[in-house]
Design a protein. Structure first.
Length: 129
């Protein structure tokens, strides 16, 4: 299971105004401060086709994204893919941070900067994974 320190967007998540990082001897744990909920880390890979669809979905307004997911389903992860999604999601689903990368030139290049969602928006975004 990946940890926050392994993510490319770790610095952005750690600096976010509603995230507190609790350090112990061997680990760092993120907590969503308004609710005190722990934040879990998830990484997913997608094929070129599913990755392109995921990028389009993430650029849509949330209501259109929800309608598209309901109609066509969420993009399906692959064991190995050209797109890599990093996700931080609070246990209570009140906070989500994500960043999508495309593998080109032998490295993961960001498709966009880290995006942060709070409150009811998280339920819509969480349907993607």
């Amino acid at each position: 299971m990946p940890s926050l320190k392994d993510l490319e967007m770790a610095a952005a998540v750690s600096a976010y105004k509603h995230i507190t990082i609790k350090k112990s001897l061997f680990s760092k744990k993120a907590v969503y401060t308004p609710t005190g909920s722990p934040v879990k880390v998830l990484t997913l890979d997608y094929s070129p086709t599913e990755g392109e669809r995921l990028a389009r979905l993430l650029d849509m307004p949330l209501d259109k994204m929800a309608a598209d997911i309901q109609q066509k389903g969420a993009p399906r992860p692959a064991p190995i893919g050209h797109f890599h999604l990093e996700v931080c999601l609070s246990d209570d689903r009140q906070f989500c941070a994500l960043q999508l990368f495309r593998f080109t030139d032998f490295r993961n290049n960001p498709v966009f900067e880290p995006r942060f969602y709070e409150g009811s928006d998280v339920e819509t975004v969480a349907r993607l994974f």
